[in-house]
Design a protein around this ligand. Structure first.
Ligand code: ATP
Ligand code: FE
Length: 323
């Protein structure tokens, strides 16, 4: 819930159902959405003390994401807006991750570069204005969040592995093992190689010493994390010099990573960057960032029709039409 750009609450329902499968099961995700959508909206209203009649608009995620989950959210938002005769606002999930920076101070000023690192995306985005963004680099295969989760799975850590790997890395030696740094053309990334590199590394080590993973877990985690962060930062530095911009933001679930946060703080001192990192609850998926993105569109009168369809691969910059 948001009022005049001020977040009133950020009610979310986390889905623990995926833990036992070691990854998100799309059908279970949409069923969980069905179960949670009405109670979550109800809680957001009662918690803020705002009645349905006082609402001005309804914002929802049109994409990108899993089709089943987008359909549930989209259908609910459309019915809700139709029933209450409210304007409907479609939001791009990846733009919303970036706009989470405008929930609280300090806020970046335009233009800035945002490194969006999440479970499904790794993008370098040139942000010229709230609704004027351009992807200047991205992963050509896996997202960095996937690399965290898949390597963590190889180590036997629970899903999602990113936060577990991060925690263990804090007590390990990042120089203990060396994994290859992959660099793609321009400002693009590739994170699929590290999975295989870690898989073969573990296979070889465990063959000679069955207890290897248990004994060296913090060191292995720290070394994987060091490699992933290094890859992220090399292109971020290149983007900063290419565009002559030293206002740097990070967004998405992986921006919760303590190693990345520390490394950015170091670069900020070394290179004179002004670095912006959202509070943890606004890094991973949350309701407030969608409301914030909706707020900026509301201010400009950018609404969508009730026949709008979800878009699993929605691109940044796709803003729908004026009503
Ligand atoms: P997308 O936004 O691309 O659709 P998503 O919404 O599933 O993907 P987010 O919720 O933004 O992704 O982020 C989830 C990802 O963030 C997971 O891969 C998770 O492991 C990772 N993550 C969360 N905390 C940390 C951390 N501390 N260190 C590393 N990775 C983390
Ligand atoms: Fe997300």
């Amino acid at each position: 819930m948001i009022s005049d750009g001020k977040v009133l609450n950020n009610i979310i329902a986390t889905q623990s159902v995926h833990e036992k499968y070691g990854g998100v099961v799309p059908e279970l995700a949409s069923r969980a959405h069905q179960q949670h959508v009405v109670p979550v909206v109800h809680e957001a209203l009662t918690d803020s003390g705002i009645s349905k009649g006082e609402l001005s608009a309804v914002a929802f995620t049109r994409g990108p994401g899993l089709m089943g989950s987008l359909l549930v959210g989209g259908s609910f938002a459309k019915s809700f807006a139709f029933a209450l005769d409210l304007p409907l606002i479609e939001v791009n999930h990846m733009e919303a991750h970036i706009l989470a920076h405008f929930i609280e101070d300090p806020k970046p000023s335009f233009p800035f570069i945002c490194l969006t690192v999440s479970g499904g995306h790794t993008q370098l985005v040139l942000v010229r204005d709230y609704l004027d963004m351009e992807v200047i680099g991205e992963t050509l295969d896996d997202a960095v969040g996937e690399a965290f989760d898949k390597t963590a799975k190889l180590l036997g850590l629970p899903y999602p592995g990113g936060p577990h790997l991060d925690k263990l890395a804090a007590t390990g030696n990042p120089g203990a093992f060396v994994f290859p740094i992959t660099s793609m053309r321009g400002l693009n990334y590739s994170f699929s190689g590290i999975k295989t590199a870690v898989l073969y590394f573990l296979r070889d080590r465990v063959q000679g010493d069955p207890g290897f993973i248990e004994k060296r877990l913090p060191d292995i985690c720290a070394s994987i994390q060091y490699t992933l962060i290094k890859m992220l930062l090399l292109k971020l530095m290149k983007a900063s010099t290419t565009y002559g911009i030293d206002q740097i933001a990070i967004a998405g679930g992986v921006s919760a990573n303590q190693g990345l946060r520390k490394a950015l703080a170091g670069l900020s001192e070394k290179l004179g960057w002004q670095v912006f990192i959202p509070r943890l609850e606004y890094c991973t998926d949350n309701a407030a960032m969608i409301a914030m993105a909706g707020h900026f569109k509301y201010q400009k009168g950018i609404f969508c029709d009730l026949d709008v369809s979800p878009s699993a691969k929605m691109k940044i910059g796709d803003h729908g039409k004026n009503k």
